[in-house]
Design a protein around this ligand. Structure first.
Ligand code: SF4
Length: 620
């Protein structure tokens, strides 16, 4: 009998010999690492040796649905996938929305461990009690949307994780898609799938009910949350305008062509489907996590809107993803026009800021053709192409392109965590108030209390009178680890409704495991540290937790110059200041400041001393 909230199962799939088997999930893992992200990290540590080539059959893809998936808990819908990412060799976990995690749960599976390499293209089909590898030769060469549509037609109701042509060409700067609308695995999950000849994973909706320890208590808690969400004025705004409203000149056409989309159990519906209803691309239908404007040389609003949709559509279909490409496209066009990237570098391709160039380069990236090969490798390759000054132009951390630039917004947790995340420049702030500018110290203290940060740490920050991203990020990361271990969406608009006390109550009602908020955050800290240890084993330490050179140079936007400054905008920052914040971060984590490594002292406190000894980590 498994713990309520869990199926108590791990599905092992060996692509090399085509075998599948289901084993029991060790109940001790549930007690010590919650689920999802936490258990994935431990499975990865135990099942995959160090130094595995990310594109070899030995790399694992571990997929998980945490305990909140498949329940009515709002936002309990995130599937999490752990693998060794080819863009930088980090072992990390990505999360995506859509129906996959609930469907996986209802098919009776908590975790899937996929290993090996199939001889020819296959997709993995998971149904209740049945697991098979199916021929995918008719899907090979197809994009993420076509692949999803074909599989949906065959198996509806189902959920699909698909890779596009970028995965088949082993593009490291690529992203997979869940049910067309959710992105997952920036940094080359598709390439890992491609190296395994695994085109997609489809899970059919099963009928395995999620066992609930105290149904009445869970309903009471969920009803309360629903009531608060439904009465939140922001929900109405998101439903009407989307998460990121279109600029005024595109607003009318956007409102006419968009429909909100939601993951199961989420009343917020902040994803968006757009279907162009007129013009040369009438009928083009695409999906977006939120609307992003990309005018690309348009001469009027209608064209600007069409360009934005065509551009997003191409990135999604090929499986590259907006974050991987948009950060560089404008920049490399500028560098080309300044003569820093030359026509010889691009193999004769004239780089212009227009839609045709963008689409051509997306296609070339997905097929690793000509100059596209450089973009396919990621930001470090682009910097290398420029030469010795490349790092001054291209923003990346551990080889992953920067998402939030602190020169415009200030160094909040969103930006600081890009430095400390083992995954690279990945935002894991989980709804930190620094998501918005202009928040006060009082806001941070209040949010810190919600995250279960110790009163003593918050008091220290309050007494200092300034926001310290080093101290704060430690708790923000653990909060993120908690959400991903539960399969709870950590977008700010969901996160804002959760307090650690509520999560502890929900978890206890669902699973019957009585946890206090402090115990829950202790488990989350262990889950985070387990992910850190995976990367320590691969040789990562403080040297890679380094802010990019670009941050210490002025950024010019619309004629205005921005320099790196603190979140509150009171002081400019230089590298020494950022390094001091890093000292504070390691100290708050209980890690060694010099090396950035977890100490045996800390690991003993977390029950991970054995791993610390295996890795020869410092005592204190
Ligand atoms: S906020 Fe968006 S991504 Fe998160 S669960 Fe809701 S619809 Fe899905």
């Amino acid at each position: 009998m498994s713990t309520p909230g869990y199926n108590g199962t791990i599905l092992y799939v060996n692509l090399t010999d085509g075998s599948t088997r289901v084993e029991q999930l060790d109940p001790d893992l549930v007690q010590t690492l919650i689920g999802g992200f936490g258990i994935n990290n431990r499975l990865m540590y135990d099942l995959m040796p160090a130094d595995v080539d990310p594109l070899s059959p030995e790399n694992l893809i571990i997929v998980a649905a945490g305990p909140f998936a498949g329940t009515m808990i709002p936002g309990g819908a995130k599937v999490v996938i752990t693998t060794r990412f080819p863009i930088n060799g980090a072992i990390a976990t990505a999360a995506g929305g859509g129906s996959f995690a609930p469907f996986m749960k209802w098919a009776g599976i908590d975790h899937m461990v996929i290993s090996g390499r199939a001889k020819q293209p296959v997709f993995l089909k998971v149904s209740q009690g049945q697991y098979s590898l199916e021929d995918a030769s008719d899907l090979w060469g197809r994009d993420t949307y076509e692949t999803t549509d074909i599989l949906r037609k065959r198996y509806e109701p189902c959920s699909v994780i698909a890779m596009g042509q970028s995965g088949e060409s082993l593009v490291k700067n690529s992203t997979a898609f869940v049910d067309k609308a959710g992105t997952i695995g920036r940094g080359g999950l598709p390439a890992v799938m491609g190296s395994k000849n695994l085109k997609a994973i489809v899970v059919e909706q099963g009928e395995v009910p999620v066992q609930i320890a105290d149904r009445a208590a869970l309903h009471r808690l969920v009803n309360k949350l629903h009531e608060r969400i439904m009465n939140w004025p922001g929900r109405q705004l998101i439903q009407e305008n989307g998460l990121m409203p279109a600029p005024p000149d595109l607003s009318e056409i956007h409102l006419r062509t968009r429909s909100p989309l939601a993951c199961p159990s989420c009343p917020l519906a902040d994803k968006v489907m757009v279907c162009l209803d007129e013009g040369p691309y009438a009928g083009l239908q695409t999906y977006m996590p939120h609307f992003a404007t990309t005018r690309l040389g348009a001469t009027d609003s209608a064209q600007a809107y069409e360009n934005s949709i065509r551009y997003s559509d191409a990135l999604n279909r090929y499986g590259i993803g907006g974050t991987n490409f948009s950060g560089f496209f404008g920049q490399i066009v500028d560098l080309f026009q300044e003569g820093i990237i030359t026509i010889e570098d691009t193999g004769g391709l004239e780089l212009r800021n227009d839609i045709d160039t963008a689409i051509q380069l997306i296609r070339m990236t997905a097929s690793q053709e000509g100059f596209g090969k450089v973009i396919a490798e990621g930001p470090e390759a682009i910097a290398r192409l420029i030469g010795s000054s490349g790092e001054e132009y291209i923003s990346h951390i551990k080889g992953l392109g920067v998402v939030y630039d602190p020169r415009m917004r200030g160094l909040g947790t969103m930006e600081f965590e890009e430095i400390t995340s083992p995954r690279g420049a990945h935002v894991s702030a989980a709804g930190s108030p620094s998501y918005d500018s202009g928040r006060t110290l009082v806001d941070f203290i209040r949010h810190g209390e919600r995250m279960g940060a110790p009163a003593e740490s918050l008091k220290r920050m309050e007494e200092a009178g300034v926001f310290n991203p080093g101290i704060y990020s430690r708790y923000s990361e653990d909060w993120y680890a908690l959400f991903n271990s539960l399969s709870l969406c950590n977008r700010a608009q969901v996160n804002r409704f959760y307090h650690v006390n509520t999560i502890a109550e929900l978890y206890s009602a669902l699973t019957g495991i009585q946890v206090s908020p402090q115990q829950l955050m202790h488990l989350a800290e262990r889950a985070w540290t387990m992910g850190k240890l995976l990367n320590v084993r691969e040789g990562f330490d403080r040297r890679q937790d380094r802010a990019p050179e670009t941050w210490f140079r002025p950024l010019v936007r619309d004629g205005q110059e921005y320099r790196l400054h603190d979140y509150q905008g009171t002081a400019e920052l230089d590298r020494q200041d950022v390094e001091r914040y890093l000292d504070d971060y390691y100290q708050e984590r209980g890690y060694d400041k010099e090396t950035g490594l977890p100490t045996i002292n800390k690991l003993t406190e977390l029950g991970l001393e054995d791993i610390g000894r295996e890795l020869n980590l410092p005592d204190r």
